[in-house]
Design a protein. Structure first.
Length: 542
């Protein structure tokens, strides 16, 4: 008997059969099995998980089908029964732990809440079980972690807390919804290993939702591919990677960025558009009455970006990548060093003197939904910068329409709101907004990390095309070494705020000299697979 069996699941908007978002899905998971559910955004992956947990929003309704844990039908279960099944029979890890955790409660107390609701343990037993679970997910200094608030933990530590909460009642089924998407490669590898260990020790079945085929190759036993709510195919993982049955699956695999660096491009110019010299950023350590602990987020970082080239900065969370980017943008002030943009050192300029220099360097953030104003039309967002610099509204709107077409969207989209676009389209809009200032330098801070592989490939192609057409210098911040290998001409590796290795991408990623760089490459999921050619790299070398 399957642990989880889903048959002919149909989910529709407001129950309307003409607005189905999941269309007759069948899925079965055995005890101890890991099933990966893959597909692009909007394919119905997360909706399937939410329906299983009984957490679908009211506007989405199951119109047909069956979801059973062992022999119990979940779609007919009462609300109280579903509450009792969550955490005991099945649990879910969400993609973003910071939004799933209570920001004003200590994480140890949040793990205990699960036990308080689902068990008759005493307070002492609850604390002991929570501490044991925190140790089981390999959190350091458990006593300190227990008393910490979510904002005091790293992204990887918060995700481990979520896993501890999900597994503290030893459920039979663990649903993991994109739990590693925003994590750096080493933390991602640790989380994947942890899920595998817990599966083996406790016999937990895992439904792992992801768009990352590299992760699929590392963790899956079987894979179900979804497209627009329909199952394209279900195969054992190696069969899928070697012999995908549908064009859609082949396209997904071909979109995975290769870990092999692309051939080096000849520089078309020797013009330096961005340079930093001994850039440092230190937090703390000041005060008249006492001296606090200093945190050196960036130390002596010196880079040089040539027009028309892409420089990638890679490293783990906390390595200083985003600190350097924010200093360069003057979103935070550097402690010392120089930041030269277009021949001008902007490191110590006043805000008034800095304003005319800002148009030379623009940034694209990781999450466009948070960087676009949801209350105004996207045309208004795009023209905001030019208007602030004295441009006319008519000329700025004309340019906005041109830019939307340049990034592959219709000019008529100027009158639509951010929520009316997909994630990939919103990122294109964010790029168009940055280009409205005609910058010399574009800073992309994890600009594709939250996108599925096919959309990610489209945005990377777009950046390369825009760079070639406009001569942009691009500073690309990423934790994904495959993405860095495919878009970067040069790569700088950071650890604990320091530069570990710096040079051409082919040398740094293809023949790393430092142990830390080697460890990053070794931790990258899918590094053994040549996805585009449906075979392991070892076979290609034979």
């Amino acid at each position: 008997m399957s642990l989880l069996r889903i048959e002919n699941l149909r989910i529709a908007l407001n129950g309307d059969p003409q607005a189905e978002v999941v269309k007759g899905l069948d899925l079965a998971i055995e005890p101890g099995q890991t099933m990966c559910l893959v597909g692009e955004s909007g394919s119905g992956k997360s909706l399937t998980a939410l329906a299983t947990m009984g957490l679908l929003p009211n506007v989405l309704q199951v119109t047909d089908g069956s979801i059973r844990i062992k022999d119990e039908e979940l779609l007919r279960a009462s609300r109280s029964r579903m509450r009792s099944l969550r955490a005991t029979a099945m649990s879910m890890i969400f993609q973003e732990p910071m939004t799933a955790l209570n920001p004003v409660a200590r994480v140890g107390q949040q793990i205990e809440e699960v036990l308080e609701f689902h068990s008759d343990f005493s307070a002492a037993q609850r604390k002991s079980r929570a501490m044991d679970m925190m140790e089981a997910v390999h959190l350091p200094d458990v006593e300190k972690m227990y008393r910490s608030f979510p904002h005091q933990l790293s992204g990887g530590q918060r995700q481990r807390i979520m896993i501890a909460m999900a597994l503290v009642m030893r459920p039979q089924l663990l649903i993991a919804d994109e739990p590693t998407t925003a994590l750096d490669v080493t933390t991602q590898a640790q989380i994947l290993k942890l899920i595998q260990e817990l599966r083996e020790e406790q016999g937990t079945a895992v439904l792992f939702i992801t768009h990352d085929m590299g992760v699929v190759s590392e963790i899956a036993d079987d894979v179900t591919v979804l497209k627009l709510g329909e199952v394209m195919e279900t195969q054992p993982v190696e069969s899928l990677l070697r012999h995908p049955k549908t064009d859609y699956s082949r396209d997904l695999l071909a979109s995975v960025p290769s870990q092999v660096p692309r051939p080096a491009r000849d520089p078309s110019s020797d013009q330096i558009v961005l340079e930093t010299r001994d850039l440092c950023k230190t937090y703390g350590g000041g005060g008249l009455l006492k001296r606090g602990r200093e945190v050196k987020a960036a130390q002596d970082v010196s880079i040089s970006l040539i027009k028309g080239r892409t420089l990638g900065i890679v490293g783990e969370s906390g390595s200083g990548k985003s600190t350097v980017a924010r200093c360069i943008m003057r979103l935070i002030d550097p402690s010392s060093g120089e930041i030269v943009v277009g021949g001008t050192d902007i490191a110590t300029l006043s805000q008034r003197a800095l304003k005319p220099e800002r148009r030379k360097i623009q940034i694209v953030f990781q999450d466009p939904m948070r960087s676009l104003n949801p209350r105004i039309e996207i045309g208004q967002s795009i023209i905001e910068g030019p208007l602030n610099f004295g441009g006319s509204r008519e000329a700025a709107m004309k340019r906005a329409r041109e830019l939307l077409e340049l990034v592959g969207l219709p000019a008529s989209a100027v009158n639509r709101f951010p929520h009316q676009f997909s994630g990939g389209q919103r990122q294109r809009i964010a790029i168009a907004r940055a280009l409205a200032m005609d910058p010399d330098v574009l800073v992309a801070d994890e600009a594709v990390s939250a996108l599925d592989v096919s959309v990610q490939a489209q945005v990377l192609d777009l950046l390369s095309e825009l760079q070639e057409r406009l001569g942009l210098g691009i500073l690309f911040i990423t934790h994904d070494l495959g993405v860095a290998a495919q878009i970067c001409d040069d790569v700088l590796v950071m650890q604990h705020g320091r530069v570990v290795e710096y040079g051409p991408a082919g040398e740094v990623l293809g023949n790393p000299k430092q142990d830390y760089t080697k460890a990053l490459i070794k931790a990258a999921p899918g590094r053994h697979w040549d996805f585009a050619n449906f075979r392991p790299f070892a076979e290609a070398a034979e």
